[in-house]
Design a protein around this ligand. Sequence first.
Ligand SMILES: Nc1ncnc2c1ncn2[C@@H]1O[C@H](COP(=O)(O)OP(=O)(O)O)[C@@H](O)[C@H]1O
Ligand SMILES: [Mg+2]
Length: 213
Amino acid sequence: MDGEGIFVVFEGGDGVGKSTQARLLADWLTAQGREVVLTYEPGDTAIGAVLRDLVLSHSWGDVSPRAEALMYAADKAQHLYQLVLPALHRGAVVISDRYVDSMLAYQGAGRVLEPERVEQIARWATEDLLPDLTVLLDLDPAKGVGGITDKDRVEGAGAEFHVRARRFFLDLAAADAEHYLVVPARTGIEEIAAQVRARIASLLSAPAGTVNP
Ligand SMILES: Nc1ncnc2c1ncn2[C@@H]1O[C@H](COP(=O)(O)OP(=O)(O)O)[C@@H](O)[C@H]1O
Ligand SMILES: [Mg+2]
């Protein structure tokens, strides 16, 4: 796709270092003179911020899993439309802290909705746009969420839920190794950043036509 930017996503559980690594990668690319759009899901649009509050707040009582899935999907649709696609069309590098895999992993881990149906909704919402690279920061959930005291609805879900979500993330990566980099999350911050940079560097030097020069 000539004239297109590249789309990089960081995935994994809470507290694995997604925001840390997304920021480091953004700084590195910016220093090279690239336009970088650093963003996140859910919530990084005006509509998305409202939806984020809807899906993560405790104050709504019992939320229908289908309603929850549709709110996540609506956030993604707006995010793609308003922010991700325009940036990619300008040739920017878009770095998103979470994307479709988080929806698949968390909705799938809930064991209420059929994963195939959730994926159909998520892909429809995102116009089937796949990241050029997804970095999965993998961590035993017992070592991640455990440290957070003020938990939102997702963080406060049971340990089993987070174990299943981790499995979903790993299975998604295993099914499409070419587009994933899986890194153990508690190795050194700089060590992880170097692995990410190496992979992005090879993406940026890919043959013309696949990635913007
Ligand atoms: N590789 C790492 N090793 C140890 N601590 C880390 C590492 N990466 C991030 N951290 C720390 O873990 C916490 C969560 O990191 P953060 O990037 O906010 O995670 P996430 O965005 O995935 O929730 C922060 O205090 C951060 O400094
Ligand atoms: Mg974060």
